[in-house]
Write a protein that binds this ligand. Structure first.
Ligand code: PRF
Ligand code: ZN
Length: 376
């Protein structure tokens, strides 16, 4: 076992659920878990300054290998002194490997043992990404946490296909681990796949945990399957992961799925949801979603969320936010993005507090009741 630069400290296990309270330490600081990571695909959390992220309590953000590789390129970012210096963020950064983005953004693609051939979503040019290449790019970008190059098959893909895919993802993980040039400054996570098949998830977890990764991600979920399927997979997958390493559920960010994930032992989450929906005027509040452009808010001079202490809610009204969004004013996008990120970071803070105070189940019930269950 090597000493990883990213470590997990378990502080408390909830007695009634699988929830864990802990801390993750990276070369750029320590953050408490469970934690939600804001997404900054292109080396910016859209519309939000790093100082504002810090003010909201974000200790780590996610960025994307695929996008930064295409533009501005990993060599330019390395020349700037790495991603942290380039974007002026000196807390944690995690990069996704590009595997998932290749599958979700490019149309034409061909998967081979060596890697994936596909076309750029920017100009259609031919590209190739392999496990080694994905690690090499991430070594140059310099995030604290890097992801293995994986395949995320559709949830309803056949058993035979998923089995072959999982086996290949394990071989890719091994190749990535070997290609890693900077193991004492950057932690590499393995990604468990296997769609909805219990034995394949088991196989994937067994393969990956036999290799010495700094942490483990759960991929292939939140890809359009019913929530019950996701929770069922989490029920049997998280217990297969090492207790003293971080567990990260990729691409999850609705309030209910965050809480359900925490109750099944997940420590880290990320999702574009809060920032993406904010930019079209949809906000998450303690009473559920508020579509701020609706006419009913035209003369609503209350804050967006009366229970929220964020900059937006302390200073502006629903009527003003509606006006800005209706007028395509960029300040409106900033204000809704700020609130949505604050809302999820604050939700996780309350979740951590509930674990600490042994009332996570009561907290969940009350939150779901107020938010409006099945209305994420
Ligand atoms: N793999 C990778 N990134 C991801 C996913 C995955 O399966 C998902 C699935 N929700 C989101 N992001 N590498
Ligand atoms: Zn707010």
């Amino acid at each position: 076992m090597s000493n990883h630069p990213v470590t997990y400290t378990l502080e408390k296990k909830d007695k009634r659920t699988g929830a864990r309270l802990g801390k993750i330490t990276t070369p750029h600081g320590t953050f408490e878990t469970p934690m939600f990571m804001p997404v900054g695909t292109l080396a910016t959390v859209k519309t939000i300054a790093p100082e504002e992220l810090e003010e909201m309590g974000a200790g780590i953000i996610l960025s994307n290998t695929y996008h930064l590789w295409l533009r501005p390129g990993e060599d330019l970012i390395a020349e700037a002194g790495g991603l942290h210096a380039f974007m002026n963020w000196d807390k944690g950064i995690l990069t996704d490997s590009g595997g998932f983005q290749v599958f979700s953004l490019s149309d034409m693609r061909r998967i081979e043992e060596e890697g994936v051939h596909f076309k750029s979503h920017l100009d259609g040019s031919k590209l190739f990404l392999s496990p080694e290449k994905a690690i090499n790019i991430q070594n140059k970008l310099g995030p604290d946490i890097m992801m293995s190059f994986d395949e995320c098959p559709p949830f309803d893909e056949s058993y035979d296909y998923v089995k072959k895919s999982v086996e290949r993802t394990s071989r890719w993980a091994e190749r990535g681990l070997e290609a890693h040039q900077n193991p004492d400054r950057q932690g590499l996570f393995g990604i468990v796949q296997g769609a909805g098949f219990e034995d394949l998830r088991k196989q994937s977890a067994k393969d990956l945990t036999s290799m010495d990764f700094a942490g483990y991600s759960i991929g292939g979920l939140s890809v359009g399957e019913p929530k019950e399927d996701m929770y069922r997979v989490l029920d049997f997958t998280t217990p297969l992961l090492p207790e003293h390493k971080p567990r990260y559920l990729m691409g999850v960010g609705t309030p209910d799925a965050l809480i359900e994930g925490v109750m099944r032992g997940v420590d880290m989450f990320d999702c574009v949801l809060p920032t993406r929906i904010a930019r079209n005027g949809t906000t998450m509040t303690s009473k559920g979603r508020v579509v701020i452009k609706n006419a009913i808010y035209a003369r609503d001079f209350r804050p967006l969320d009366e229970k929220c202490g964020c900059y937006t809610c302390r200073n502006y009204t629903r009527a003003y936010l509606r006006h800005l969004l209706k007028s395509d004013e960029t300040f409106g996008l900033r204000l809704t993005s700020y609130h949505n990120l604050y809302f999820l970071l604050d939700l996780m803070k309350k979740v951590r507090q509930a674990i600490r105070e042994d009332n996570l189940l009561e907290f969940k019930e009350q939150f779901f009741e107020e938010y409006g269950y099945n209305k994420p």
